[in-house]
Design a protein around this ligand. Sequence first.
Ligand code: RP5
Length: 177
Amino acid sequence: MSDMEKAQHRKPVVGIVMGSDSDMPVMSKAADVLETLDIPFEMRIISAHREPDIFYEYAKHAEEEGLKVIIAGAGMAAHLPGMCAAIFPMPVIGIPMHTASLGGRDSLYSIVQMPSGIPVATVAINGGVNGGLLAAKILATSDGELLKRLKAYSEKLKEQVKAKDERLHLQGYKSYK
Ligand code: RP5
């Protein structure tokens, strides 16, 4: 089996779940981060409201399936992350979706305002990248190799900003592209 095939067959340790396929543009950013950092993940579309029975089975069995972190994204009355946290015993990261009617404040408040005892680590509205990174950082607390990859990722961000600053210096702000 080639290295690529082996990687594809590794058991997922992160579950990415979203309430609707309309959440995909944001949730795919979390997936891209995990892929970049070589973390095996699975992705599901499961609605806590529209199919509560299927949702319950997912959350109930996530631990025995080997998941260590769940990243849950939802919009409007966004109960998916909180209900994952109520059932799954390990960390749940919530990603509130931007919404047309209330600008995502509905999703944000639904996800962040959890009652004591049931935390959801909530990132920014549409914060797909940070959702993925936070999951990686949680896993890196017990994985030195992953921590090295995360440090390299941060270094790359720093280099990108430095390059922009240099371009600004060379081009001046009027012709900065
Ligand atoms: C939530 O309702 C989903 O997470 C989505 O953000 C929102 C709207 O869903 P659709 O009507 O686009 O399927 O459950």
